[in-house]
Write a protein that binds this ligand. Structure first.
Ligand code: ATP
Ligand code: MG
Length: 587
């Protein structure tokens, strides 16, 4: 179907006056210093994420307001801002009672239960750096990350400890304390561990939040491992200014919103936007403790009255795969804003949102390293489906290429592909990679932070993702971004998902090969393969269209939901799979 290249926003799309109504004007008047003034801060120029997110609200009108609603398998647990302040105080006091000091590192390995959120915010209150890990990690990825981050404390459950950590405890020389949460009646009396519930019950429910410096380490986040071994990015308390500004402008959080970020805190999105940003804005967050399930997700949107929803392309594609009829059994009158991050959002998905959910989906771009949203389809801007949108106020983005003097230079002409770069200095920029100073230095060239992603900027200032520099396919002198090919394939009604790689070829360097999973009701076979090859050739031209298509049931993806093209390629070529610690089970 031929659709217009732009979705003009109407008042009906927006429902409320957006926080960012005039892009140019807000960008002109914005400064990070002024944004920081919106936060309360602590005496002496100190800044602590947990103070901004929780403590300062607890003495005010938000005291009884719901901070989180946890949807567990069997029970729903509500936690107000006042309760969260008391719980995080108890956690911080519990750490102190064990002799844990400011600056030490706390790791958390649990499902999305209240204790995870309390541990993250309580550690920050204590001035400890904290790192939530995916609870599905096996012993080896846990050990690698704990050792890289020099974890002194691990918060986990009895079962996870017994299954995964006890046997590697010897290999974790920095780990002094294991705190067990009593989740679902799991054991908390395991030798060599502490019962977190008991420690917290014995602790006081007030705590003087540590006056951390803005440049003091707060969060350790491991990258998704899409392109290689995950890197440990270090973030500081000063990042909270970015969390605040992006929650306000990119997610359009208003005080009475019910916000659902579907990401797990083991991925940076689940911390920056699953914990911190919504609390800064005093909204109520929904946390679903379960895994993806199309029907349950629609029910959550409906029953919880979600107003702002932040999810990922992979989830949207799975909802699309489940069919529009399922969506139409539910109604979402409260829902007013949907955003997506993690991978390029195919134009087809943006349109699906508009046609099936009644709202277009707003793609936005950022990385573990950037700590917060950098480029977004902002609420009041028209959407060009397939584009990542425009830089947030306070963010300067550019397309750069290698200059003659070794430094990069900015490409000013529109529509030219090059590396996406950000002017350094936004508050949540990474402060280093754990144990990898060399890799960190390589992120910068002069005033620019280099993202490793290829993109182009159009004449209206919208950025378009082309591909990761590692994934770009070189075929017969053409540079082909897999996203363009995948999006064209997805326009075919049979295609649910597509992953595209370059396959070495003696004649042309690489040929484009696609792996495709089908929607319900479609059967793989030669006829469909020919039809898809023809469809792609018509859309893309013979030089860019895939030459080969394989049908697959699912694509390998990371726990943060990204298609792992390097794995498709390694499997295709019979090469070693490399680091698969973040690979989603069964992929
Ligand atoms: P690794 O660095 O370990 O290979 P990763 O880059 O996937 O993993 P993340 O930091 O979670 O780890 O992901 C950031 C990357 O995800 C970006 O650099 C970009 O390639 C991709 N990405 C995120 N959002 C978007 C988007 N809206 N459009 C296109 N790509 C996106
Ligand atoms: Mg990366």
């Amino acid at each position: 179907m031929q659709r217009p290249a732009i979705i003009h926003k109407t008042a009906a799309d927006l429902r409320v006056a957006p926080n960012l109504a005039d892009y140019a004007d807000t960008c002109r008047s914005f400064s990070w210093e002024a944004a920081r003034e919106a936060l309360s801060g602590l005496p002496g120029g100190a800044l602590n994420i947990a103070h901004e997110a929780v403590v300062r609200h607890a003495g005010g009108p938000l005291r009884e307001h719901l901070a989180f609603r946890f949807l567990g398998q069997r029970i729903v647990r509500d936690v107000s801002y006042g309760e969260l302040a008391a719980l995080t105080a108890r956690f911080a006091n519990a750490l102190q009672s064990l002799g844990v000091a400011r600056g030490e590192r706390v790791f958390v390995l649990t499902g999305r239960i209240p204790e995870l959120y309390v541990a993250v915010l309580g550690s920050l209150r204590m001035g400890c750096a904290v790192s939530p890990l995916f609870s599905a990690f096996g012993p080896e990825p846990i050990a690698t990350r704990l050792n890289l981050g020099q974890g002194a404390v691990l918060v986990t459950s009895g079962l996870l400890y017994q299954r995964k950590v006890a046997k590697i405890r010897e290999q974790l020389p920095t780990l002094r304390h294991v705190l067990l949460v009593g989740e679902d009646g799991q054991p908390t009396d395991v030798p060599g561990t502490h019962d977190l519930g008991k420690l917290m019950a014995a602790a006081a429910d007030d705590f003087a939040t540590v006056a951390t410096r803005p440049d003091e380490l707060a969060l350790l986040h491991f990258t998704s491992g899409t392109t290689g071994a995950p890197k440990g990015a270090m973030h500081v308390h000063g990042a909270v200014t970015t969390h605040w500004a992006t929650g306000r402008y990119a997610l359009d959080l208003h005080p009475h919103d019910v916000f659902w970020c579907t990401a797990d805190p083991g991925w940076v999105t689940g911390t920056s936007y699953g914990i911190i940003a919504p609390l800064l804005h005093g909204v109520t967050s929904i946390v679903d403790e379960g895994d993806f399930d199309a029907e349950r997700w629609y029910r959550i949107l409906q029953e919880q009255g979600v107003t702002v929803w932040y999810t990922a392309p992979t989830a949207i594609r799975m909802l699309m795969k489940a069919g529009a009829e399922l969506a139409r059994r539910f109604a979402f009158p409260q829902l007013r804003f949907i955003a997506s991050v993690g991978e390029p959002l195919n134009p087809e998905a943006v349109w699906w949102g508009k046609e099936v959910l009644g709202l277009p989906i707003h793609d936005n771009w950022w990385q573990t390293e950037t700590g917060g949203i950098m480029i977004a389809n902002l609420p009041a801007l028209d959407i060009k489906p397939g584009s990542m949108g425009k830089p947030l106020p306070g963010v300067e983005a550019a397309i750069v290429r290698q200059g003659a003097d070794g430094l990069v230079e900015v490409v000013h002409e529109p529509d030219v592909e090059g590396e996406l770069a950000l002017m350094r200095g936004w508050p949540s920029m990474l402060h280093g990679y754990l144990n990898n100073e060399e890799r960190y230095r390589k992120c910068f060239s002069g005033v620019w932070y280099l993202t490793g992603d290829l993109a182009r900027r159009d004449a209206d200032g919208y950025f378009w993702f082309v591909g990761r520099s590692d994934d770009v396919i070189k075929s017969a002198g053409h540079l082909i971004g897999p996203f363009e090919v995948e999006s064209a394939l997805m326009e075919h009604p049979a295609v649910a998902e597509a992953g595209v790689i370059g396959k070495p070829d003696a004649m042309v360097g690489e040929i484009v090969k696609a792996f495709v999973s089908l929607k319900k009701g479609f059967e793989p076979g030669d006829a469909l393969r020919m039809e898809l090859l023809g469809h792609a050739r018509k859309k893309l031209g013979a030089a860019v269209a895939p030459k080969e298509i394989d049908f697959v049931a699912t694509l390998p993806r990371t726990r943060s939901g990204k298609i792992m093209r390097r794995l498709l390629k390694a499997r295709e070529l019979g090469l070693p799979e490399g680091d698969t610690s973040t690979l989603e089970a069964g992929a």
